[in-house]
Design a protein around this ligand. Structure first.
Ligand SMILES: C[S@@+](CC[C@H](N)C(=O)[O-])C[C@H]1O[C@@H](n2cnc3c(N)ncnc32)[C@H](O)[C@@H]1O
Length: 792
């Protein structure tokens, strides 16, 4: 269960679209910006410094190189120093439109150069640019990512690069930096390919001779660019002001890599002209895979901005461009691209069509029109997405309905569930039908089946129990037991106004309820106990303890518990945003990593996956992979009488109760301790930030059928599609654990108790496995929620 604290409106994804030119020749003036906005762009990119500045730096470098080639030893010649920026070095100026600009640092520097002169000059350029952008009030700066193939052993400059970025984050408290990352290594040119790149001037003695992996080998290394990003953000301690500008290639990488980037903090998606295809009429369109990726990524809580790169100047700037119609019109371009959605041309067809069709295009900003068209045609949100808008990746401490009394608004939120109550009604109906069909005796003198809704809240399950009785035509006596004094008022009101006084409302903790009061003053039994005490990890709201405590009222012969059983499930996940959130909170709350959170998990990547079952002809690369979710443990009710007997013997610490509980107390609740150690195969390298937990429950199983609920992403579709009452649970790791390709990850999870509270402990281990050995590579701390345990 979750509480309804955040109030965020349900919104369709908004596309913020900007225009970027890698070699913007003209300064980004207010007029250009207005012109871009007239064409329906939301922002423009701008370089921080001018080409004049670039030339000055190259001159400085070449003078220095000439100097050191002379007779004076290099050590005696000081490093070249770049003077402060002049007004000719930059066109940026602080003004009120600055917030609509995204600044780019110079792509021609090489922060990771092994040549100290190149590295020094690059850093000077970078620092000057970052400082000036911060001074002007620029909010977002995109920084050329580290090219892995820039002449030294791949990856060797990462630490140097990451350090510079970490330092730059200190340049201004409001500056957000985005690292320009390619999705995979083979889809971007290195900074050396940039005209006038400083990296070309790195001296031979500094370039390593180490044997480099061949291009094909590197190509096979799908996750290398993600790995680079992982180092950078780890060095920068998951700063909330560091994110990614992701460059989309024409051919998207396989789904595991798409899912990995999805989980990372994406600020911009950059679509170069080359990522577009051409439709039959010559208009730019994106492939189906790109469309699916956009739909998925734009559903992130903070949807990324979209930058169209080198798709043509802003019309009007280039005199050659003829504006024939307004882009907001229903232009032929839009219709043409709409037609193309179902059948995109092959690249060969597109190339053929390209030359002839370019002349016919009337839309001055066809790429932008196409993106706006995609925006207008996004698939509708699912029930859970609509309901959970604003909750995505929002960490909440789980409710404790046993110790705390819930507010009416909290009940109201989960009463909106379109599935849960229908399924409960079906379960009660099946149970009543089977009771009658099997000719069981009842606990009442009238032959009515006695139903008690324990933990009745505001009464929705009571209404459903009455409705199930009506449907099945079975005579019932209904009791509603609730310990929340405020909800008790509403139960009484319901009884008067809606239930025709057919319900006996009891204000009591169910564990102390003696059962239905009989005319002679004794207490009778209950045939069907209906409860909804489940948490996101099944037992984390103490359903086992409460139901054990009320079992004494249950008919010992035929008594039924709805639910009859529940299981906790888990899988390891990469969730960098959640980790960053926890890190941010850890300054004020030392228990932040020792707390399981209820959270509508969204920006995550499942580290262990299984192939989805797909009977449709949908392309595999369009279907997100399913997680490998394993069962941790189970509880079923009623529990065997022998176990209750032993628990009672232990309570009070008598001699027959043994030597006390293992974790403290008498051990009366020790039968509800659980332990699970589960093994997961992880095909791709990644970082485990924690464990995602889910549950399944069998409400009722009998001859009339089985009724189940599930939040497990693998089974929820078939068992209780569209159920919204529960978000998953997240067990965080204080120090994320790195996992290499093809490794094994083991989760150990404990449910602990000392008779006063219940808490969880968790630990993760990583193993590298080959044909002969299993080597432990890492082990997390053991985490414990004992301090924030659930009070019994
Ligand atoms: C999750 S709510 C469910 C409410 C309602 N049955 C529904 O489905 O909408 C759990 C309810 O059980 C009540 N509860 C929890 N532990 C209880 C106990 N030991 N005795 C009585 N009520 C309890 C809480 O106060 C709360 O109203």
């Amino acid at each position: 269960m979750y509480s309804p604290t955040p109030s965020s409106a349900e919104i369709m994804p908004i596309f913020y679209i900007g225009q970027h030119e890698t070699n913007r020749s003209l300064p980004v003036s207010d007029q250009l910006l207005r012109q871009a906005q007239d064409f329906n762009y939301d922002m423009l990119s701008t370089p921080i410094t001018t080409s004049q500045f670039h030339s000055n730096v190259l001159t400085l470098l070449s003078n220095y190189m000439a100097h050191i080639e002379g007779s004076v030893p290099e050590e005696e010649i000081p490093m070249p120093l770049i003077p402060p920026l002049t007004s000719l070095d930059t066109n940026l100026t602080p003004n009120e439109t600055i917030s609509q600009l995204i600044a780019f640092t110079s792509p021609w520097i090489d922060l990771a150069s092994p040549d100290p002169v190149i590295a020094s000059l690059s850093k000077q350029v970078f620092n000057l640019e970052i400082a000036y952008a911060a001074f002007c009030g620029i909010g977002n700066v995109i920084i050329q990512g580290l090219a892995l193939n820039h002449g030294v052993t791949p990856g060797s400059g990462i630490s140097q690069y990451a350090r510079v970025i970490q330092e730059a984050l200190g340049a201004g408290p409001y500056l957000h930096l985005q690292i320009l990352m390619q999705m995979r290594e083979d889809s971007i040119s290195s900074s050396a390919d940039t005209m006038g790149s400083l990296s070309q001037f790195a001296r031979q003695q500094y370039l390593e001779k180490a044997s480099h992996a061949s291009a094909t080998e590197r190509e096979a290394d799908l996750f290398s660019t993600w790995d680079t990003w992982n180092v950078i953000r780890s060095v920068c301690k998951y700063s909330s002001r560091l994110s990614i500008a992701l460059l989309l290639p024409k051919q998207l990488p396989p789904m595991p890599l798409q899912s990995r980037w999805f989980s990372e903090p994406l600020k911009e998606l950059i679509f170069p002209e080359t990522s577009f295809l051409k439709n039959a009429k010559g208009y730019p369109v994106l492939s189906k895979s790109h469309q699916a990726l956009i739909s998925r990524y734009m559903r992130l809580r903070n949807s990324p901005w979209l930058l169209l790169s080198d798709v043509g100047q802003i019309p009007g700037v280039d005199e050659q461009t003829k504006i024939f119609s307004s882009p907001r019109d229903n232009s032929p371009g839009l219709n043409a691209s709409r037609g193309s959605m179902s059948s995109s041309p092959t690249p060969a067809e597109a190339a053929q069509q390209d030359a002839g069709s370019r002349r016919r295009i009337k839309d001055p900003t066809p790429h932008l029109s196409y993106m706006r068209h995609l925006q207008a045609n996004q698939p509708p949100k699912s029930a859970i997405e609509r309901f959970g808008a604003g909750y995505q990746d929002y960490l909440q401490a789980p409710l404790q309905p046993l110790t705390d009394n819930l507010e009416s608004i909290t009940y109201e939120v989960f009463e909106k569930d379109p599935v849960k109550y229908d399924w409960y009604e079906m379960a009660i109906c099946n149970a009543l039908n089977d009771w009658m069909a099997l000719g069981r005796s009842t606990s009442s003198s009238t032959g009515a089946v006695v139903i008690a809704v324990v933990g009745a809240g505001r009464g929705p399950l009571v209404t459903r129990a009455l409705r199930a009785a009506e449907k099945s035509g079975v005579l019932v006596d209904v009791y509603a037991v609730e310990k929340n004094p405020n909800a008790y008022v509403l139960l009484q009101r319901h009884n008067h106004e809606d239930w025709n006084m057919a319900v006996t409302v009891i204000k009591s903790d169910m564990r102390f309820w003696k059962g239905p009061l009989q005319p002679d003053g004794s207490h009778g039994r209950v045939d069907i106990l209906v409860s909804e005490l489940l948490g996101s990890f099944a037992d984390n709201e103490l359903s086992p303890e409460c139901l054990d405590g009320v079992q004494h009222v249950l008919n010992p012969l035929h008594g039924i518990s709805i639910p009859s059983s529940y299981t906790a499930h888990m899988t390891p996940i990469a969730a960098p945003r959640l980790h960053a959130d926890c890190l941010g909170r850890s300054f004020s709350d030392p228990t932040v990593f020792e707390t399981p959170y209820v959270v509508m998990l969204h920006a995550l990547d499942f580290l262990s996956t299984i192939q989805p079952h797909s009977d449709s002809s949908a392309k595999q690369e369009l279907i997100p992979l399913l997680p490998d979710v394993k069962t941790a443990w189970a509880f079923s009710h009623p529990i065997p009488p022998g176990i209750i007997l032993q628990s009672n013997l232990r309570r009070g610490g008598g001699v027959n109760g043994g030597g006390g509980g293992n974790m403290g107390g008498d051990g009366a609740n020790e039968h509800n301790v659980r332990y699970s150690r589960l093994n997961f195969h992880c095909p791709n390298r990644g970082v485990c930030h924690g464990i995602a937990g889910y549950f399944e429950t069998v409400l009722y199983r009998g001859p009339s059928g089985t009724v189940e609920l599930s939040t497990n992403p693998v089974t929820m579709e078939s068992k209780s599609k569209d159920m919204i009452s529960w978000f998953p649970i997240f067990f965080p790791l204080k120090t994320p654990v790195y996992i290499p390709d093809n490794s094994e990850l083991e989760i150990s999870m404990w449910r602990q108790t000392d008779d006063r509270k219940v808490w969880y402990e968790w630990l993760v281990e990583v193993f590298m496995v080959d044909a002969h050995r299993r080597i432990r590579l890492g082990v997390s701390d053991i985490h414990s929620s004992k301090k924030n345990g659930c009070l019994m």
